[in-house]
Design a protein. Sequence first.
Length: 425
Amino acid sequence: MPVHRRRKNNLVWPEMKQTEEFLAAECNKVTMEERAQALDDIHCVGRALEEVPETRARLLNEFDILVQYERNPIYEIAINQNRAYVEDPSFRLRFLRCNMYDVHRSVRQMMRFLQHKATYFGEVKVAHDIIIDDLNDDDIKLLSSGLYHIQEERDQNGRVVLYLMNQILGKSSVDTMIKVAYYIFNNVLIPIPEVQSKGFVGVYYDVTKPEENLEMPGFTFLVTLMDVVASIPLRHSAVHICLKPIRSSLVLSNTLLFYTLNQSPADTRIRTRIHYGTDAELQLALRSHGIHTQRCPVDLEGNIRRDVSNTWFQKQEKTADTRHNPQLVVLNQPRPQDVLFGKGYGIQHHLGNFWFRNYLMSHRDAYDSAPQSLRTEISTKLARTMFENGTRFLKRAESGEWMEVDLHEATKKVGQLFRTFRKKA
C-alpha cells in the first residue's frame, strides 16, 4: 500500500500513482532494521557514521588491494598523472563513507568517478581538483541561476540541506548540468566534515506557477545525468520532494521523478518522501521533518526569495577570490578553528594550530611518498580544503592586528610544517 498520501482526503494523487507505488514497493523490499534506519534519517534522528582508527586502516588497506588487483585503465592514467591525489586516504575515505564501508562498491564508484571526470573535464584533470576556472560561461550562468541552493541553516540533526529548484531543468545541456552538479557536490558539499559523516538532505522543490509550462529534460538526459551523479561520493540521508497540486505539473513530475528515482541508489529511494500542497503546507511538512525554513529560498507565496537565493554562491565566489587575492584582510580576533602564524607558547598551543598539525600529520605519508614536483599541489589541495571548511590562516601586522592571508601563503605554511615533520623524524 502506498505510504505517501495526499493530505486532505488521504488519497494518492492519481497523476503520481506510478512514482508513489514504486517508492512503496522499494520500502517493502528491505528488512525491518533497514526500514527503521531509513525512517530515523528521514525524521532527523539518524546517527552519524562512527569510525574506529584500526577499522579505517584495515578498510583502506583492503581498498588499495582491490584497486591494485583490478588495474583499471582510468586508474593507471590517474596514477601516472598524480599518484598522491588518488592514493590520498582522505580521497578514498569519501567513497568508503558514501558506501557505508562496502569496499567493493567504493572502488567501483571511484573508478566511475574518475572516468566521468575524464569525459566531462578532460583526461588532464583526472587526478587534479576541478576549480571554478574549469567552468565555461554557460556553466557559471547555471551555477548562479538558483537551480541549486545550499541552505545556510542545518537541519535539527546538523545536516546540510540542498535545494534543487525545478524551474530551470530542461533549459540547459546535459554537459552543463553535469559539470555544475560536479562542482557543487565536490567543491562545496563533500569538503564539509558533517556531509561525510551524516550525509546531506536533498529537497526537490516545485516552484512552477499555474500559468507556467514546465520544460522537462528528456529520458537520455536524465539517465546520463543520474549516472554521473551516482558516481560522486555523496550520501543522501533524506530526500524530500515538494510538489504543488497542479495536475499538469504533477503529470510531468511523475515522469521525471519515476525515471530519476529508478536511477538512484536503493538506499536513497527508501529515504525519499513526497509532500503535496501550497508553499505554506510544503514548508510545514519540511519543518515536521526537522528542516528549518526561516531561510528557505521560497516564500509562502511561492516566490523565489532574492535575499536568500544564491547567498551560498556569493560566499563561494568570495572564497575563490580570496584565494587569488594577495591583499590581506583585517580581522578582529582569531577563532578557535583558525591557524595562526608566528612563534611562542600561545601560538603553538592555539586550538586551531593543534588541529592543523594533527590534520597534516594524517596526510604525511602521502606527502612524503610523492615526488618533489607534486608536493606543492598536495599542499595547495590541503590548504584549499581548510579554506572551504571555514579555517582562516592569520598573521599579525605591524599594527598588532590579525590579518587573513591568501591561498598562496597558506600553501607555503602547509609545506613548511611538512618539512618540519621530516626534520624531527
